[in-house]
Design a protein around this ligand. Structure first.
Ligand code: PEP
Ligand code: MG
Length: 313
């Protein structure tokens, strides 16, 4: 592919030797979407739909959802938009999707598990997404949160396609799914690794508890062993990262070395990440991942990667 000469941080995500990694935005509200759409991003890698209708007692109607999704898709006409179906649960409470108190909300009936309990919510959402997709030129991908097993992923993929959504996938945020990505993706088109929750479940450390932050560092070597296993198992299907770490320029380089196809982050981080990619070649990114995997601690991993960084960064 021809690499156009562009200033650092502008244009599509690519390493200095032309290896492409899509740089995408994470959005929640319509305001986020409009801001991201004006920025130089290749699309949306994570549309957190649970933030669209926060203070509702009753679920939004199909018509109301269709209108909201259409506005977002129109803003990204011609670009990719990866939509996540409602990720509700006791940790992200939504009044209209509430099954009551749970002793361990992070381990409870959330994400896809709630889709199975409250099927009408999922059916309405898929119907609205399919209707909105038909009326715009955005490239709409749809994925489910909190998938743990191949059968859950297949169940969701079948429902999505039956609703008229041709590109269906899964988030990977449960270690069991990361380790078995080939089977989990058997009926799916793509995966997106949610490293916020993946770290929480991998290290058995509550992501809301600041005292545990060191365990949840994006530099933890065990996190990268898991990400590498996930990408390697995926049989060449697109695997992106949409957790916070994607917006850290150095960790974005490590992710590129792990073979991810896209990085999705807060819009404000996209320029920094593209600039970092453009100053490093793929071999350097691969060496960075290797250095992390050979490290015994997050500190050691970070130092090892720093030693490989282009000094002008
Ligand atoms: C994640 O878990 O990494 C993720 C992107 O989803 P959320 O932060 O919304 O749980
Ligand atoms: Mg998550």
């Amino acid at each position: 592919a021809r690499i156009e000469l562009q200033a650092d941080g502008v244009g599509p995500g690519t390493t200095s030797d032309g290896h492409r990694v899509q740089v995408l935005a994470n959005i929640g509200t319509l305001d986020d979407a409009l801001l991201a759409a004006r920025a130089d991003v290749e699309g949306v890698g994570l549309f957190r739909t649970e933030f669209l209708f926060p203070d509702r007692e009753q679920p939004p109607s199909v018509a109301e959802q269709t209108e909201a999704y259409t506005r977002v898709f129109d803003a990204f006409a011609g670009r990719k938009v990866v939509v996540r179906t409602l990720d509700a649960g006791a940790d992200k409470p939504l009044a209209f999707a509430n099954l009551g108190e749970e002793a361990n909300p992070a381990l409870g009936v959330r994400g896809l598990r709630l889709h199975r309990e409250l099927r009408h919510l999922l059916d309405d959402q898929l119907e609205a997404l399919a209707a909105a997709r038909r009326s715009t030129s955005a490239d709409v991908w749809v994925m489910a949160p909190m998938v743990a097993t191949p059968s859950e992923a297949s169940w969701f993929a079948d429902l999505g396609r039956a609703a008229g959504l041709p590109t269906v996938g899964t988030m990977i945020e449960v270690p069991a799914a990361a380790l078995r990505s080939g089977q989990v993706l058997a009926d799916c088109d793509f995966a997106s690794i949610g490293t916020n929750d993946l770290s929480q479940y991998l290290f058995a450390a509550d992501r809301m508890d600041g005292r545990l932050a060191p365990l949840l560092s994006g530099w933890q070597p065990a996190l990268w062993s898991t990400i590498r296993a996930c990408v390697d198992g995926a049989d060449g299907k697109p695997v992106g990262i949409c957790g916070e770490i994607a917006g850290d320029p150095l960790l974005a380089l490590v992710a590129t070395g792990a073979g991810v196809s896209s990085l999705s982050m807060a819009t404000a981080r996209t320029g920094l990440v593209r600039a970092a990619l453009r100053r490093h070649d793929l071999a350097t990114c691969t060496a960075m991942l290797q250095a992390v995997l050979e490290s015994a601690s997050p500190e050691e991993a970070r130092h090892a990667v720093m030693a490989l960084v282009d000094k002008d960064l």
